[in-house]
Design a protein around this ligand. Structure first.
Ligand code: ATP
Ligand code: MG
Length: 552
């Protein structure tokens, strides 16, 4: 029992306490994206954390579009966010919430504050407001409009709403404390005048609430109990608390901050991803080199792997940087039993078995996944001419090279031992064909134990091979650099390498877009959901088999 308590994260500890003390009866959490871009892996952390807590405590989880700012919102973003949250498997029930549905409630809340003498209309210009605000070292100065009567404030605020004043001419401010050491508490602006069309409410409003005022109201109206956000809002918490206290909600929500997810050498942050998309550095929000959720999905990453990654990286109060290698470890862990293991030659060269009969094709029965019998087996054709990887042959091998070179014997995976005899070259001296002989006694599964070989290579039967394109990805930023330079001079030229002449075993002719496989010796690959067809499969490398991460 004690072990369990210790392993609970700091948010669970707060919730446990709240439930024990009866502060709340039921846990309600939310994820409040601003629909001004696509979601990324950092948002996935918040989604999985919030929906996971709701599930754990038998509460509910709200998806709420934080669309109070009319400037940047787009329906395209709303659609993509819905798709991403569903794909991650977060259960937000049957209702999608929109903060803009509460504009009336927010207006009423502002009126309530005015009536209580806790808000006032201020005529200072934006420059003056800044000047009066003071600094971290010096207290601010009170606005000369601070002591307007309740009646005057009510009247002016209503006129603001009715469009009597030009944009920016007046604001509504909370009346808190100009001497507060926390600048957020120095009579913050809670409403501004702005004639902007809103995607939901059109031109109904020409005044809009500020985030710090709107957000606690959104939470309270929905009955959210634990409003979990990232660390940059820590200094705003006193204002959050002030708003829910002054508005006298029966069960005021509480804000809890946790550390954002950062990935070493990887571009997260909506703003930065958006710039890459707009500058055409990548091919859209779902370019598999990005860590937007749509990009990860298109690349072939599973929601299960992302969840495992969030589990491993934990929830903390202090900032830290996670490693992409850990996410890659989770992907391999998730796919190792799920994915069929098949043979694909990415950079092909012909291998001719000179002593194999020309008119013969054998069908070899090969298990689809040695770690998971449930995936069954398949027939793979084998004949005299095969494709192998160009790098699996060397005319003059270096030390410790155990693959094909003249005179050396290797195992063809799931087939026979072959001994390299020779190679054919073109006029430029490039190897175009490798020749070998096979030993019929060495057939895989025959129990042959006459001798051992050190190298095993994979192959694809040339007679039945499927032509395909394979896309290999590396980090966008050049290795060794942490940040992408403004002028993109340190983009990794190999962030995308497209191999267009790949040869896959015949079973790949039936592949569906989005299907994932292990390509033996290469890694995990997913048929691209945009470009792959039955006629010409296109695969994205999700992750290679090599790992630099060791779980603790
Ligand atoms: P970005 O930081 O990429 O610009 P944002 O914070 O502006 O994103 P919002 O739509 O406002 O994006 O975020 C929705 C929620 O996702 C917020 O509660 C925010 O705290 C959370 N969130 C954003 N980035 C991360 C991250 N890297 N790790 C964890 N949570 C995050
Ligand atoms: Mg934001």
């Amino acid at each position: 029992m004690e072990g369990e308590v210790i392993s609970r994260n700091f948010i669970e500890q707060i919730i446990d306490q709240d439930l024990k003390e009866g502060t709340y009866k039921k846990v309600v959490t939310r994820f409040p994206p601003e629909p001004n871009g696509y979601l990324h892996i950092g948002h996935a952390k918040s989604i999985i954390l919030n929906s996971g807590l709701a599930e754990e405590y038998g509460g509910s989880f709200h998806l709420r579009f934080d669309d109070t700012n009319p400037m940047k919102e787009k329906t395209e973003y709303v659609q993509s966010i819905l798709e991403d949250v569903k794909w991650l498997g977060a259960d937000f029930g049957d209702t999608v919430f929109y903060a803009s549905d509460y504009f009336d409630a927010m207006y009423e809340a502002a009126v309530k504050l005015i009536r209580k003498g806790k808000a006032f209309v201020c005529d200072l210009s934006p420059e003056q407001i800044r000047e009066y605000r003071g600094t971290l070292k010096e207290p601010g100065k009170e606005s000369p409009y601070r002591n307007r009567s309740v009646e005057e404030n009510l009247e002016l605020f209503e006129q603001m709403k009715n469009g009597a004043f030009p944009d920016g001419a007046k604001v509504l401010r909370a009346k808190i404390d100009m001497a507060s050491p926390n600048i957020n508490m120095r009579d913050p602006i809670i409403y501004r005048i702005a004639r902007m069309s809103h995607h939901n409410t059109g031109d109904t409003w020409c005044i809009y609430p500020m985030y710090d005022f709107a957000h606690p109201i959104e939470d309270a109206v929905e009955g959210v109990t634990h409003s979990i956000c990232t660390l940059e809002f820590e200094d705003h918490r006193p204002l959050y608390d002030w708003v829910v206290r002054e508005l006298e909600y029966e069960y005021p929500p509480k804000q809890i901050e946790f550390a954002k997810l950062y990935l070493q050498n990887v571009i997260t942050g909506k703003r930065y991803i958006k710039k890459l998309v707009e500058d055409g550095v990548v091919d859209g929000w779902d370019d598999p080199r990005l860590v937007s959720i749509s990009a990860l999905r298109r690349k072939g990453v599973t929601p299960e792997a992302i969840r495992m990654f969030m589990e491993l990286s934990g929830v903390a109060k202090a900032n830290s940087i996670s490693d992409m290698a850990m996410l890659e470890y989770c992907i391999r862990e998730d796919l190792k039993r799920k994915a069929k293991r098949m043979m694909a030659v990415i950079d092909p060269i012909k291998l001719v078995i000179d002593n194999y009969p020309e008119d013969t094709t054998e069908l070899l029965d090969i298990e689809n996944n040695q770690e998971n019998e449930d995936l069954g087996s398949r027939k793979v054709s084998f004949s005299r001419e095969l494709y192998i990887e160009r790098e699996d042959f060397m005319e003059v091998p270096p030390k410790k090279y155990f693959r094909l070179f003249p005179g050396n014997e290797v195992r063809l995976k799931n087939a026979y031992f072959v001994t390299c005899t020779d190679c054919v070259k073109d006029e430029q001296g490039n190897v175009t064909e490798v020749h070998c002989t096979y030993d019929p006694a060495t057939k895989s599964g025959s129990g042959f134990d006459g001798r051992n070989v050190k190298g095993t290579i994979h192959w694809v039967d040339a007679r039945t091979a499927v032509d395909a394109t394979v896309r290999l990805y590396e980090n966008l930023i050049k290795e060794g650099d942490e940040e992408l330079k403004e002028d993109y001079s340190n983009l990794n030229p190999n962030s995308l390498v497209e191999m267009n002449d790949c040869k896959l075993e015949a079973a790949f002719a039936q592949v569906e877009a989005g299907e994932r496989f292990q390509f033996l010796r290469h890694g995990y690959f997913c048929a691209d959901t945009k470009d792959s067809t039955k006629e010409h499969p296109v695969f994205n490398r999700i992750v290679s088999l090599k790992s630099s991460y060791r779980p603790k």
